[in-house]
Design a protein around this ligand. Structure first.
Ligand SMILES: NC(=O)c1ccc[n+]([C@@H]2O[C@H](COP(=O)([O-])OP(=O)(O)OC[C@H]3O[C@@H](n4cnc5c(N)ncnc54)[C@H](O)[C@@H]3O)[C@@H](O)[C@H]2O)c1
Length: 325
């Protein structure tokens, strides 16, 4: 395969649309079609981006010649959508969490094992330049402790409040913990405290988890769905301690801060940034990397299915610790 990798995006809601826009703009990728069970939505996105619209993954795989798919449907659909892709022999980049609950993890493992089909979890944070550079340094000087804090706009609860926050947003931080700790550090224990700032919601808005690893390293992961405004999509910070240095990472990076009379603006320079119309943020780097793996028929050295399943399984344990009210 030498020309552009032909991609179909499955699910073009809030996040799939962003994948589609990146796919339409990258020269090494050809956006063939978008699939959504809401055909009107698929048609709108297809018209905007100049590709075909279909109703679902089966139609996409049957009617369009695609080299790979990006699955951005709601998490309860992921297993069925990955199954359709694997059975068609088509590589898939699957949004997080790769499956919706711990018991589905084994089914996904079995489905993919031995199929020879590339299935990559979309852990986009690993493609942030700061994270990639930090991992290179940690390969020389291992981490001994990690602290990750993520604050999400409270208004996003209307979209995601039906799921436990460990499975929605904390999976990013759990995956980052796995990405920065030594590869042989095995999880020994997970504990958490959780509380509600919005008592009518089914799941807590404040979750603080502690992870203990076999090599003695520790991680503290805190998620709060309490950001009182949506001027920022996310506010994520991470502190990584080694025996020689401590690294601080922030998303958005704060590299660009625009002060206005109404408060500071922090434009996204990390996730969806573009330069001269070309996407250069982590979402683009992730898709470029996936397309390169598909073209070369090789595995991803950045993230693999076990990484995606690890964070889901830890998140499911934290979700199961939700206190009684
Ligand atoms: N990586 C990130 O930072 C990030 C951020 C947001 C969401 N996500 C993930 O992206 C995925 C989608 O989330 P979202 O917020 O875009 O949800 P959403 O509800 O906005 O969009 C989902 C879309 O999938 C469509 N859909 C549902 N069932 C379908 C089916 N069977 N076939 C085809 N289309 C179907 C819906 O009509 C909808 O348009 C989730 O896994 C979520 O966790 C990741």
């Amino acid at each position: 395969m030498s020309s552009a990798v032909r991609i179909g995006i499955v699910g073009v809601g809030d996040f799939g649309r962003r994948h589609a826009a990146v796919a339409a703009a990258l020269p090494e990728v050809q956006l063939v079609a978008v699939a959504d069970r809401d055909r009107g939505r698929a048609l709108t996105v297809a018209q905007e981006l100049g590709c075909a619209a279909v109703g679902g993954i089966e139609e996409l795989l049957a009617e369009r010649a695609v080299d790979a798919v990006v699955i951005a449907t709601p998490q309860h659909r992921h297993l069925a959508d990955v199954r359709a892709a694997v059975e068609a022999g088509v590589p898939a980049l699957v949004e997080k969490p790769v499956v919706s609950a711990g018991e589905e993890a084994q089914r996904l493992r079995e489905l993919v094992a031995g199929s020879g089909v590339l299935v990559v979890p979309a852990h986009v944070s690993r493609f942030l330049p700061g994270v990639a550079q930090l991992r290179e340094r940690l390969a020389i000087e291992p981490a001994v402790a990690v602290r990750a804090v993520r604050v999400v706009p409270v208004e996003r609860l209307d979209m995601h409040g039906g799921e436990h926050p460990a499975l929605v947003a904390m999976v990013h931080d759990l995956d980052l913990v796995r990405a920065v700790l030594p590869p042989d550090a095995e999880l020994v224990d997970v504990s958490s405290v959780q509380s509600w700032t919005e008592p009518r919601r089914p799941h807590p808005q404040v979750v603080m988890a502690q992870l203990t690893f076999s090599d003695g390293s520790l991680a503290s992961v805190e998620n709060r769905w309490t950001l009182p405004h949506a001027r920022q999509y996310i506010d994520a910070r991470m502190e990584v301690t080694t025996r020689r240095w401590t690294a601080h990472l922030q998303t958005p990076s704060g590299g660009l801060r625009i002060a206005t009379g109404a408060g500071d603006l922090l434009p996204d320079t990390d996730l969806e940034a573009t330069v001269a119309g070309l996407p250069v943020g982590a979402l683009a780097t992730q898709l470029r990397h996936f397309a390169a793996c598909v073209s070369a028929g090789r595995r991803s050295e950045v993230v693999d299915l076990e990484d995606g399943l690890w964070s889901v399984e830890v998140a499911a344990r934290i979700a199961a610790q939700q206190p009684q009210r």
